[in-house]
Design a protein around this ligand. Structure first.
Ligand SMILES: *[C@@H]1O[C@H](CO)[C@@H](O)[C@H](O)[C@H]1NC(C)=O
Ligand SMILES: *[C@@H]1O[C@H](CO)[C@@H](O)[C@H](O)[C@H]1NC(C)=O
Ligand SMILES: *[C@@H]1O[C@H](CO)[C@@H](O)[C@H](O)[C@H]1NC(C)=O
Ligand SMILES: *[C@@H]1O[C@H](CO)[C@@H](O)[C@H](O)[C@H]1NC(C)=O
Length: 965
């Protein structure tokens, strides 16, 4: 192994050197750096080849000046791997954007500090971890730094204060701790960043007080987004000096003390959010803030008062939220007459008397929420057709209101979606979508747009979102109306999110360079969203390039990643093939002597000693099987895979069977076929699909299995199987399939590793008994001593054990990993990989370690079992699943342990449902109103590739060449 690696390296070096000589366009240091990065990354664009010159070819995402690489742009390419030290060799680099590659991570190397010309560094939406290296402070030309949505930890390096050209600093959504560095003596701090307009530090664990020095008149910030951290202490009165501020978001911290009156100097403010702190005293008169669109002061400890009159003078307000701050007396009617007002949210105060909304309501008013107050009557003009919620007010006790809508849970707003009604019922193939421009199908460029500080909260506002659409197509120079917006939602953080899909001018696809251009324009804020949306960030979904998409290119790149040295490998492989061919010619003669072990046996049914040793499995003639499937008619087809098709058949004795017929070119050798049926015939368990028999004649290989009537687990999870899978049934299915697997691992002799556990390989019968199917990839453990087998990587993307994938050491724990993924599917009903997001990573992120309640999980739970979201058993189940998908195989439980755990969960569920089932529902309101998971109603984007990704020939999985004796 070692020898092989160093040999490969040597060859690689030879190749690189010789190419240098051959082309020489790219500076040799830059070329070496890129080729080194490439060798460590999976899924680079197909134009990246070891055999070509990066600047000359050129490689997608690479731009050069005089042979030096100035741009390295690979957003959302699904790149996997690490950014190694070699990046430091690209010393002329100005733009580095490798964002939205969720599997690109590791630590950010200190050598990044060598890129002194760098202007944009964009790493958002990857999985970088560890501390931000202090060498980042050497990048003096940097104007744009986006490290958001990674897993950076530790404190913010004070050296960032040296980046005097910085315009945009986004550190949001990481795990940063400590306080914001402030200069002292010769040590720099972020208060040095007087040219920076954006501080986006939300969603970290930053702490300490807000240092007055940071809020100085030297600063020119327009966005200060510090929400969802652990900042404490008072808001300094120097806040009033930040005259340029437009958005100030300090909510969800532990700030205390009074709001300083100096805040009223910030007359340019559009968004002021101080909610969820421990602020006290009286709120100062905010009347001077005449540009305020959104004001949220909810959930603080202010002194009780009546509704301040200044509230009714803020004529630019779209959203007013003052929940749970002890307001008393009458609600001022004028509040509802503000020109722009859309939402008035006053829950959990002590308002009393009659709700009088006056007659001159604001044209845009659509939501009024005054739950948990002391309102005794209501006077609402009949012209108002928005919602009013008065639940938990004395008024709801009155007979005349008992059936009134005010006192009932109301429909949430219907989120905006770009209309496709004029396209009729046209549907598109997998991964394509309808363009609203001309109702044709194409592969869109798409991603999630997140608005962290929107000025409005009305996600049904058609005009607002249509403005977003037109700004997108016009600024990004697309054809008019080629933007589709869907899945608009308000997140738990009160951010607005939307899926955005952009369509090509013509044809099915964007070119690779267009995809990179669009990604970069959205990532570095060249595109500017309408002001009301506030700052955004964009997490792009990987693009489905021709030939990649549901099958080969990018994935088969992954498959050969272990030897990802591109063109050179091809050359070497050619040489090896030649040698092999010579050897084969010699062996052919010997091989001819070794007759097919089935030859005499197959046709006549005579046992000549080489017949397979079968336990209970029957031999069928081809004629029999042909007859019982109606000549393999299409009507009887029930499945298809890389190996061939599966038919339903009716045996003469009335038994229904599933017949798997290997197609031409995917037959295995006689020996392997014999091995397989021997293996399958030995396996008998109620949770495993049993082998009934087989056929081997007339150049055909067929396996006959028991027929399982209710389809696959996946079909049933997405509602195509006709079975409603409630939580209990899911637990039983998990238990059944776990038992089947445990049997294979621990009770079969020799033990068997399944190698392709996935929800389409778990079948359900009439009584919903789970049966594990398709042992096609199974591997006997017999030929190993140490519990693992080194073998060519096979399996299905999304279920594949990363450790096995890296080391090619197969063990039972690889099945445990895949089974963990299936468990997560049972919870979410999602595909393991959907639009570039990986369920394992999503769930791990959703339930951070500081989230004991697993509340982050809620949005991911299958709506069909959402009523279980607070079920302890469900949390235990998720915990168990996460143990199964531990990166390191040694940390995963055995299948036997998994069986025991699920049994306990099921047992406890039995006990608790008997006592608590009455009020277990509706913890989260109406499930139907929850935002739909993006693309949940579409077919999988990445389809099952087990038959072609790791097995380039598309052949039956046993490929190993068996040496004839
Ligand atoms: C980058 O920095 C160098 C000095 O290190 C300076 O000469 C050059 O003008 C800067 N480039 C830009 C675009 O700011
Ligand atoms: C602000 O930061 C400076 C420099 O680190 C420090 O000396 C000062 O005590 C800080 N002020 C507060 C109120 O924390
Ligand atoms: C804040 O306002 C108070 C009262 O108007 C004033 O005395 C103080 O100087 C202001 N602070 C700053 C830093 O401007
Ligand atoms: C409303 O509450 C205030 C103070 O809590 C009280 O003075 C007033 O009389 C109440 N008004 C009505 C109509 O109950």
């Amino acid at each position: 192994m070692r020898g092989q690696v160093s040999c490969r390296l040597l060859l690689l070096l030879l190749c690189v050197t010789s190419l240098q000589v051959a082309y020489g366009v790219t500076n040799s240091q830059d070329a070496a750096a890129l080729k080194s990065l490439m060798s460590q990354w999976q899924n680079v664009p197909s134009s990246w080849k070891q055999s070509t010159d990066p600047c000359d070819a050129p490689w997608d995402g690479i731009q050069c000046t005089n042979g030096r690489v100035t741009h390295l742009l690979l957003p959302a390419m699904n790149i996997k791997g690490k950014l190694t030290d070699d990046v430091g060799l690209l010393t002329e680099l100005q733009y580095l954007d490798i964002s939205s590659n969720p599997d690109l991570g590791g630590s950010l190397p200190a050598s990044i500090g060598k890129l002194q010309k760098l202007m944009n560094l964009i790493l958002q939406g990857c999985s970088f971890s560890g501390t931000i290296p202090s060498e980042i402070g050497n990048l003096r030309n940097l104007t744009f730094l986006a490290l958001n949505s990674n897993k950076f930890s530790g404190s913010i390096p004070y050296t960032i204060g040296l980046l005097s050209n910085l315009y945009w600093l986004d550190l949001a959504d990481n795990q940063l701790t400590g306080s914001i560095p402030i200069s002292s003596g010769t040590t720099p701090g972020l208060d040095f960043l007087v040219n920076t307009r954006h501080f986006h530090f939300n969603k970290n664990q930053l702490s300490g007080t807000l240092n007055a020095t940071l809020f100085s008149s030297n600063m020119n910030l327009i966005h200060m987004i510090f929400d969802s951290n652990n900042f404490s202490g008072p808001i300094p009165d120097t806040i009033g000096l930040m005259k340029t501020l437009e958005i100030l978001q300090l909510d969800n911290n532990q700030l205390s003390g009074n709001i300083p009156t100096n805040i009223t100097s910030l007359t340019g403010l559009n968004v002021l959010n101080l909610a969820n702190n421990q602020l006290t005293g009286l709120v100062p008169n905010l009347a001077p803030l005449t540009n305020l669109n959104s004001l949220d002061l909810s959930n603080n400890s202010f002194a009780s008062s009546t509704a301040p009159t200044w509230m009714t003078t803020l004529n630019s307000l779209y959203t007013l939220a003052m929940e749970n701050i002890q307001l008393t007396g009458q609600i001022p009617p004028k509040l509802f007459t503000l020109a722009q007002i859309q939402q008035v949210l006053l829950d959990s105060n002590r308002f009393n008397g009659t709700l009088d909304m006056g007659s001159n309501l604001g044209q845009n008013l659509e939501k009024v929420s005054i739950r948990n107050n002391s309102i005794t009557d209501a006077n609402v003009t009949s012209s108002y057709n928005g919602s009013i919620s008065l639940i938990n007010n004395p008024l709801c006790q009155l007979a005349k209101y008992s059936n009134n809508l005010y006192c009932q849970n109301q429909q949430n707003l219907t989120p905006y979606t770009t209309s496709l009604t004029r396209c009729g019922s046209t549907t598109c193939p997998n991964a394509q979508m309808l363009s609203p421009r001309n109702c044709t199908c194409a592969y869109p460029f798409s991603g999630l747009m997140v608005f962290r500080a929107p000025s409005f909260k009305d996600i049904s506002d058609t005009a607002m979102f249509q403005e977003l659409e037109s700004s997108l197509w016009s600024q990004l120079t697309l054809a008019p109306n080629s933007v589709y917006i869907s899945d608009v939602a308000i997140t738990g953080d009160k951010y607005i999110e939307a899926n955005v899909a952009l369509f090509p001018m013509s044809g099915l696809y964007f070119s690779a360079s267009d995809v990179i251009r669009l990604g970069f324009d959205l990532n570095n804020q060249t595109y500017q969203a309408p002001a009301m949306f506030g700052p955004y960030y964009f997490i792009q979904y990987p693009y489905q390039f021709p030939g990649s998409g549901s099958s080969s290119s990018s994935i088969s790149t992954a498959a050969i990643a272990g030897i990802a040295v591109g063109g050179c490998v091809v050359l070497i492989a050619l040489a090896l093939v030649a040698v092999y061919a010579l050897k084969q010619r010699r062996k052919a003669k010997e091989a001819a002597v070794l007759a097919n072990p089935f030859a005499s046996w197959g046709s006549g049914g005579k046992d000549d000693g080489s017949a397979p040793q079968l336990k209970g499995a029957k031999y069928f003639t081809f004629e029999e099987l042909k007859k019982c499937t109606g000549n393999f008619s299409e009507n009887n087809e029930i499945g298809q895979g890389g190996y061939g098709k599966v038919y339903k058949g009716y045996l003469a004795n009335g038994v229904v069977v599933a017949i798997k017929r290997a197609k031409q070119g995917s037959m295995q050798g006689a020996q392997e076929f014999k091995n397989e049926i021997e293996l399958l015939s030995r396996v008998h368990h109620k949770n495993l699909v049993g082998l009934v028999g087989f056929c081997y004649e007339q150049g055909e290989q067929l396996l006959v299995y028991e027929y399982v009537s209710n389809g696959t687990l996946r079909e049933n999870l997405v509602g195509k199987g006709g079975m409603h899978l409630d939580w209990r049934k899911r637990l039983q299915i998990a238990l059944g399939s776990a038992k089947g697997l445990a049997y294979l691992h621990e009770l079969a002799h020799p033990p068997i590793i399944h190698r392709d556990i996935k929800s389409t390989n778990i079948l359900l019968d009439d009584s919903l008994t789970a049966k594990v199917a398709d042992f096609g990839l199974s591997k006997l453990l017999a030929d190993t001593q140490k519990g693992h087998v080194s073998t060519q990587v096979k399996g299905t993307l999304g279920y594949l054990d990363p450790e096995y994938y890296m080391t090619q050491q197969l063990s039972e724990k690889s099945d445990v990993y895949s089974f963990g993924v299936v468990m997560l599917e049972l919870i979410t009903a999602r595909q393991p990989i959907e639009k570039g997001t990986y369920i394992v990573r999503e769930i791990k992120t959703a339930i951070d370690q500081y989230d004991q309640e697993y509340s982050g999980l809620r949005d991911m739970i299958d709506p069909k079992i959402l009523n279980q979201a607070k079920n302890i058993g469900l949390r235990k189940f998720v915990q168990l699943a996460l143990e199964c998908v531990q990166d390191s195989a040694s940390n995963r439980p055995s299948m036997n342990e998994v069986v025991k755990e699920i049994e306990i969960i099921l047992q406890n569920d039995d006990d608790s449902t008997r006592t608590t089932s009455v009020n277990s529902s509706n913890d989260f309101g109406n499930a139907a109103n929850l935002p739909k998971h993006p693309y949940s109603d579409q077919d999988p984007i990445i389809r099952d590739i087990s038959s072609n990704a790791f097995d380039s020939s598309g052949a039956y999985p046993y490929q190993a060449y068996i040496e004839p004796k």
